[in-house]
Design a protein around this ligand. Sequence first.
Ligand SMILES: *Cc1c(COP(=O)(O)O)cnc(C)c1O
Length: 493
Amino acid sequence: MKYVSTRGGGTPCSSAEAIKKGLAEDGGLYFPSEIPTLTSDELSELCRQDYPHRAAAIMHRFLSDRFSLEELLSDCREAYCENSFPGGAAPVVHPGDGLYVLELWHGPTAAFKDIALQIMPRLFVRSVKKTGDTRQAHILVATSGDTGKAALEGYRDIDGVKISVFYPVNGVSRVQKLQMATQEGKNVRVYSVIGNFDDAQNGVKKIFGDAEINRVLDQKGEFLSSANSINWGRLVPQIVYYVSAYCDMVTSGAIRPFEEINVCVPTGNFGNILAAYIAKCMGLPIHSFVCASNRNNVLTDFFETGIYNRNRPFYTTTSPSMDILISSNLERLLYLVCGSEMTAGYMKSLAACGCYTVTDPIRRELSHVFSGSYCGEESTAEEIRHIWQTYRYLADTHTAVGLHCAEEYLAKVDGKRKMLVVSTASPYKFAPAVLSALGGELPQNETEAAERLRDLTGVPVPKPLDGIAKRKIRFDPDQPIKAEDMPTVVTED
Ligand SMILES: *Cc1c(COP(=O)(O)O)cnc(C)c1O
């Protein structure tokens, strides 16, 4: 298995190099030269295994050029242990009717990103060693909230690595801010940045592409890498939970073996839903995908019209992890459906004028598999209320966006197939919004919203979020830096 750039430049490399480097030399994203297939026998076998074994088996299919199954199994056992994921890494719950919910937030930071970021640092450290590199890695992360905390927790105190995280000062929730500001570990740094997520992400992208900064760091014995969902090491563990969820639906009797399901994913950077699509390409029986967006509905328009246009107002919503106008991982989908030459052209156009239009045949091909839809702010709150009243299921704002689009799809497009909706955050991570959606009165102090929500619903608060307001602040959120100062803080000690 070789890894190539979605833009066709550079030389193909090994899985270890792709994970070490994060971004290809020509600015493209790494993708395997072919997608391995999952036979029906293999799928049946996976149904009998636990999560760590499923994870090692699936990941090995993509990484076997440089990783042994034993290495991966040992890493997966550690990453997905009961201590980190009490009750399982990716449980499927059934609120009722055709709705099944894949809960991805039972990890150490109560974010779905934990699933990738608990294993990725282990893959990364192995990858650096396997490529013979002795320099220290400096991980740069731009985050709209959850990635930052999950990456900090995954990389903290790992030898040979340091990590700097940048988040938009007014683009994350109070709890997310507190989680990052109180991060422990000797190799971590956290910065709030003036602007929105795209400003922080563009700042990081510029640093990666700046030859002078890279030269200065190299002299210090450091090299840059990313933990964002553009890194293949982030994406490959995400393929696993779709296969695992499908197996769990089979073993629980929710579906017959090989029965087709639909999948709805609340989407921002397009990493999570892309992983689901790759699972389908491997042979997992998924019929269609609903790409659910919030009010920042650039993807909804894209799937409908074939025009991707980021030149539009940016809204700050109650589902901030999806407040994104450039969905980086969409590039990998484009590569899969139209090849590297056209992808490179579209990305050039996106960089130059913030816009591109795919050809009509490509738009039609995508529309057979993907359906874009979105849920505005009022509908998000209504959905939280409706799902609670109907099923006694407590959903966070991001999950509610997914549930809204999923219910619409079940009612209007396909009511026959079971719908697997991905739940990406604990309701307690966005407690003020969830509480007010349920008609609860907001307390003066935002951090008390979680207690009120618990009193109102009786749903327990996940351990990682309990008592967060009482922990010591290490990185002051109220002293944001300017995006243009990001290179300075990265190169200083
Ligand atoms: C990151 C995140 C998303 C978006 O996932 P993508 O892979 O970027 O599409 C959705 N919800 C939550 C809570 C997240 O943290």
